[in-house]
Ligand binder design. Structure first.
Ligand code: UD1
Ligand code: CA
Length: 421
């Protein structure tokens, strides 16, 4: 199967300097969620129609291709003359297609892989030349309406061109279609911008194919929520909520406790081990791995690139950033760990901070196994604390220091003291 994503539009109603499809949902741009679903469906070379901020969208496509093992092909639509015009741009690249072509607006990230599979099965069973994924909604305002005659699907009417009676129709077009490739190419050639907006409407292909005597079908979504497009910041917030809940449900199904799922943010693709408990008000970014039996929060922020070993405790008002915590590391209160590697069983006292940024570069902190970092220690990176070493409360360990195995460093600047026997 081939697929075309439409992502050339600006997204005016977002009122943003950033093109709509690049707004993040759980750390991944809107378009990324769609690309990921296509990758799950086995689509290797999605054609992506780009236009507004084409360079930014192209550079995201490169990143996403690596992420999802895909090679998406950007196709430029220099001027946005409508959805039909956008798909036309991809024809040279799709020329050799003989199978089905899936068309999907890049601003509809909530559609699930299973739903698309079901849609594909329905399309193939009926053998129709085009199938439209429709959606029954309480408020159809702004969408194209599905026209039926005696139950049979006959076309789509855009709101601007619709009569009073047509506007009352609650079955709407999601903008997702499956076409037999030859039928698509034929219908695209016949499109005319004969509507109030003077655009080439992809939706007109339905009436064109029906007039040719071809079979056309519309299949309503079982879960209308999946058909929610993103047109405004309000839609974006709703989509974030839906995606976040799906992620948290996935973790719960795998044995993770969330005390307050509504008050917790977990990015897409995070790994969390069994029997870990996430207390309320935590914020966990993407590319984070948390082991088994950990305790996180309340009020913890785990940022990208962090790995927490089994049994680690990251407590209240702790931020962990690009850091690797060994097994059973305890960081229970008020700490910042950035670019740190911390050995098994180390204890990081309240108020301890890695000063990892000197204004120009980020530097690493290494803390050994079973080390004990006293309350309010400042570790000015690069710095190294050996296994079983300690720092006193309020110590400021200066850049380049190495507190050796078993030693204790105290004071400002911290100096090693003789250990009492
Ligand atoms: C479109 C459908 C409408 C459907 C709705 C679902 C048409 C004519 N109408 O309307 O029936 O209910 O989607 O959301 O197709 N795009 C381009 N190039 C263009 C125009 C649009 O790439 O020249 C892309 C946009 O970036 C967007 C998608 O196509 O991802 C849909 O465009 P949009 O302008 O939002 O269409 P709607 O008016 O919402
Ligand atoms: Ca839209």
């Amino acid at each position: 199967m081939d697929a075309v994503l439409l992502a050339a539009g600006k997204g005016t109603r977002m009122r943003s300097g950033l093109v709509k499809v690049l707004h993040p949902i759980l750390g991944l741009p809107v378009l990324g969620h769609t690309l990921k679903t296509l990758a799950d469906l086995g689509v290797k070379r999605p054609r992506v129609v780009v236009g507004n901020q084409a360079d930014q969208v192209r550079s995201f496509l490169k990143q996403a291709s690596k992420l999802f093992g895909q090679s998406s092909i950007p196709v430029l639509q220099a001027q946005q003359k409508g959805t039909g015009h956008a798909v036309r741009m991809t024809v040279p690249s799709l020329r050799k297609s003989r199978g089905d072509v899936l068309i999907w607006p890049g601003d509809m990230p909530l559609l699930k892989t299973e739903t698309l599979k079901r849609f594909m099965a329905e399309h193939r069973q009926t053998g129709s030349s085009v199938s439209v994924l429709s959606c029954v909604v309480p408020d159809p305002h702004g969408y194209g309406r599905i026209l039926r005659a005696g139950g049979r699907f006959i076309g789509i009417r855009e709101e601007l061109d619709a009569s009073e009676a047509e506007r009352r129709i609650q079955e709407v077009n999601t903008g997702v279609y499956l076409f037999k490739a030859p039928a698509l190419f034929r219908a695209l050639r016949k499109l005319k911008p004969a509507n109030r907006k003077a655009e080439y409407y992809l939706t007109d292909t339905i009436e064109i194919l029906a007039a040719e005597g071809m079979d056309v079908q519309a299949f309503p979504l079982a879960a209308p929520q999946e058909g929610q497009g993103i047109n405004s910041r309000e839609d974006l917030a709703k989509a974030i909520q839906v995606m976040k809940n799906r992620e948290i449900q996935r973790h719960m199904a795998q044995g993770v406790t969330f005390e307050a799922p509504e008050q917790t943010f977990v990015a897409a693709g995070v790994k969390i081990g069994q029997d870990t408990v996430i207390y309320p008000w935590c914020y966990i970014e993407g590319n984070v791995k948390i082991g088994r039996g950990c305790q996180i929060g309340p009020f913890a922020k785990i940022r990208s690139g962090s790995v927490l070993g089994d049994g680690a405790v990251v407590g209240s008002f702790v931020e962990v950033n690009r850091s690797k915590l060994g097994k059973a590391v305890l960081v229970k209160h008020l700490a910042y760990l950035g670019d740190a590697v911390i050995g098994d069983g180390a204890n990081i006292g309240a108020g301890s901070i890695t000063a990892n940024y000197d204004g120009v570069h980020k530097h690493a902190t290494r803390i050994g196994k079973k080390a004990f970092i006293g309350s309010n220690t400042v570790l000015i990176a690069p710095v190294q604390i050996g296994d079983h070493a300690k720092t006193g409360a309020g110590a400021v360990v200066t850049a380049g220091s190495h507190v050796r195995r078993g030693e204790t460093a105290v004071g400002v600047p911290a100096k090693t003291v003789k250990r009492k026997k």
